[in-house]
Design a protein. Sequence first.
Lengths: 316, 688
Amino acid sequence: MKSLSFGVAAIVMAGSVQAADMGAVDEPIKLAINEWTGQHVTTHVAGEMLKAAGYKVEYVTAGMMNQFQALADGDIHATLEIWSSNVSDEYAKKIEEGTVVEIGDLGLDAKEGIAYPAHVADLCPGLPAWEALKDCAQVFATAETLPMGRLVDYPADWGTPGADRMAGLDLPFKAVPAGSEGALIAELRASTERKSPLLITFWQPHWAMSAYDVKFVDLPPGEEACFTDPAWGPNPNAVNDCDFAPSRIFKAGWNGLEEKWPAAYEILSNYQLSVEDQQPMMGAIDVDGGAVEEVVAKWMAENEGKWRPVVDAATK
Amino acid sequence: MSASVDVLPVQSARLTAGSWAALITLVVGAVCLALEPIAPWLVTWPAAWVLPATDWVGTGLAWFLNGIKPVARLFSDIMAYPMNWANFVLGKTPWPIVIGVVTALGWYLGGLAMASLGFFGLSFVLASGYWAESMNTLALVAVSVPVALIVGGAIGILANEIPRLKSIVQAVLDVMQTVPTFAYLTPLLLLFGFGPVVGLIASAIYAAPPMARNVMLGLERVEHEVKEAAIMSGGNRFQQLFQVEIPSAATQIMVGVNQCLMAALSMVIIAAVIGGFNDIGWEVLLTMRKAQFGESLLAGLVIVVFAVVIDRMSGVLATERQRHDTRVVWAILAFAAVFTVAFWARLPNPSELTLLDPVAQAVDQGLTDFTLTNGAWLDALKNNSMFYVLLPLRIGLDQAVLPFTWGFLWTPAMSYGLFAAGALMALLMAWRGHVTGGLTVLIAVGMLETGIANLPWPFVLTGAAALGWVAGGRRLAVLSVVLLSTILVSGLWERALLSLYLSGAAVFSCAVVGGMIGLASAVWEPVWKVVRPICDMLQTIPLFVFLIPVLMVFQIGEFSAFLAICAYAIVPMIRYTRHGLVNTPDEMMEAAISSGATEWQIMRDVRAPYAAPTILLGLNQTILYAFAMLVIAALIGTTGLGQSIYLALGQADVGLGISAGAAMAILALIADRMVQGFAEEKRKALGL
């Protein structure tokens, strides 16, 4: 709800407010470059928009989990793709301190879920219906999890959503934390190449979704009642017996951003990017081996209608 | 020493210190086992007894860090200048000049061989397309190493000047080297702010101890006559130190410089996790995130090249005084300059070079083919190791033996049978005169039945105390118990046991396999020719690179972590075993040969006993390496202290990170002291 009202407010603001001050155009605005390609695309598009508005932009590599201290200190000025499902406690602390401020949703429609590479449907007929997993658990069993099936869960520091689902739905699976994103990808890759069984907690947009033909298991919809009311859903005795709650992807900035570069703040606040735009660019980079700068420049040239109005609204 | 005195009267009762220690441990273990059903708190430390130590550490540190933050930030700002200069110089210098300078330096230090090493090494870096990132990494090393050298040198001199500080300094150095870097990255980030300076400081912390140790060692070994001559010639203490003692310790100090460089280089990569700098470590992380083995290996090899070049060149600096013709140096430099000017417009942008991409892809494809064709037996290998070795070790036979692992269910009767067999064996050994051995067998049987992760804490504490007592006397025993107790009350015990289990299994395997490889290398030169470069590579390549192939073949889990740890920790075992066996003094060998001993007898009765202290030192290094790798292995899903540290890094939880890091350092430290104690005893027994 909060995010929705914010979105509306942002649109109203953009409509009514006339051109904002440019602010300190001589100093570069530093944008965080995190560890994944989608974020690189998101950030470079935003950076190019700022450049088009007349700003200097610097891209700074920063660990996703560790960037918030830098953001609070003003060493980095904005980070543009934070996943609500995967944000550290530190972010909440900084928001509370007021040193970091949220600057609206990115508009990227993300989905998380229990997933499997397409060939696994042959090993466990009945997929994508989640009920099929009840009888297939043996197929997914490994030395560490016997007699239960194995679910590869997110790295421990991202929480244990997969384990929560298995407990909620009372499925005979043991969740094994992956340790890192690379480990998740290595599992997907090995499974696809060897045609071995794999059940994994995963998300989109992600380049691996198409590269390894990953499908989601159909789970009961992740409504709010599911997480609070045990009676809701197929398992009357437990919460979490449903799909993931829809995750929100948003942007955040240093608290001095608005004052120092008012127009840039407005551009970044109103900046939106959709899965349909981001995913092909990710493919062009990760699968076809293109450079981020070139792929983004090409998209910017071809889709001026999608970003120019946001820049103009803030500067003209 | 006190231990042996205490033991004298006991020996008349035909029990040695070792037997007593083992007996007490056994009794405590047996009592715990018997009481377990009625007193579950013996196995799991009750949550109610846990002190919120991690919170205290967190709050205390946060207060402290905030206090010294302004100073740290100032330091950070100052360090930004040399950092920027180094970056500017290395980044903006055209690549032919950099290659020329390194080649020229190589010539000056070591002639043709060294020059070509520099030339081909850097050409490889250029061809890999990681030139810009490499220069960033090099800039970081170029600034962090002087810092480490100054700090390490100062610590070393300080310990030399004030002998009372020596033991404290040793302990501090141990802590600096054993607390995993990941654990202190978060506080560093808080202190010094975001950016390359954090990586710089982290690597300086890790790289300073080897320098300090070598300075101490070097100054200690300066001969008395030399020192006296300096005093007699009337120099004050400052002059004595800097004009006489340090120059005469130069060779040893240069060894320290060499070690310092290598350590800094390896740590720069790990510090890349927090970002802030587009260096090679960041590239390795990015490629690892995509599970691209070929590419990450390529990026990793760039580091290996740097390590080899820096190691060999600084190694020459440490050993040889001879320098080569400077005219050739100028010629190389002139050629590089002319080349740059002549081809200025046509010099390719090094970031766009992709000469080695096909190789990387081929390696990647090779890995795929390998897993495809060998999948079946590799899976069998993994399952068998899990079922029959790792699982029983972790959770004990009584829980690991199940119908779908071993084909039958473990029953209490089997436990009794196992104990009976153990007791019989122990009796047999005691009767043959090996009392300690027999008792140890019984203890081992008990541990196998319970599993390391389920060991009662009184048993672990007693066992540690007993081992400590035997290895290093009362002080070590007390130290072990006190340190372990801090882990116990801070609520990290279970995780610590998991870490102990995994690293213990890895160390044991490394000791056996590495020892055998070392033996083979010592006996047969061609084996060493093959093994040596592999060892070099395993030691210098960023640890992350191991993880992908292991994962691809064996998937997430303990077995993969076990293998990854072994791959790294086996190296010192091989090196030290070979070194110990090869370097038997000539006169001992001659005596053995002239007495008509066969090759095998010499190995068993002369070389092996003589090499024992060296091999024990190798074991000690293997233990430290295994703990270091444990943190990295958390990236492929282990559940011990490593995971806590990584979790803390992600959540910026200073308290948990430092506590878990300290727990890890404690385990490593105790193991280190015990092995060193045994090595010392061996050395004494050999009269060395």
